[in-house]
Design a binder for this molecule. Sequence first.
Ligand code: AMP
Length: 191
Amino acid sequence: MRIILIGPPGAGKGTQCQRLVEHLRVPHLSTGEMLRAAVRSATPEGVQASKYMEQGQLVPDELIVGMVTKRLEAPDCRKGYLLDGFPRTLPQAATLDELLERRAMSVDGVIELAVPRDELIRRMLARKRADDNPEIFSKRIASFEIQTAPLLDYYGRQGKLASIDGLGTADEIFERVQTALRRFARAAGRR
Ligand code: AMP
């Protein structure tokens, strides 16, 4: 299955992604992780990306699309994958759709982990990680609301969106995730 997980910073995507990839036995493609690795090894992409990441801004679409396109061609992606952190803008989503269409494929489903903004801020303050500078964190939330939230409508119109309440225990949330997966599997069977 080709699944996308979308959620604002602090929504608990990491925990659910871990469970999802174990459950689905597909690779976890986190663009944030790919970029952090590129920054650590100081590749040209990493050097370019770091100035945006430090500011809590999205890196340019071209840069991220190039990285993801290459990754999706790897043999381990043939059986499906979980995309985490990509797509994050409408142009990224359109590029992904085109890329898949050329191979007669499509996204099977998109899961939104919905958490109210107050709760995100509360969690961030409770966590107080070194990289959780409140100002940068607010910028990342704003970037989610402005650039990424329109994707919910985009996938909703394709009938592929499952919005899940991101409040509760990890187990409760994963139950909801599994319900969404069953729905995606039924829809894929009808296509
Ligand atoms: P994440 O770990 O997914 O929150 O990503 C960390 C940072 O990497 C983000 O704040 C962005 O600067 C950058 N990033 C990750 N994925 C993307 C993407 N699809 N488009 C643009 N920037 C991204």
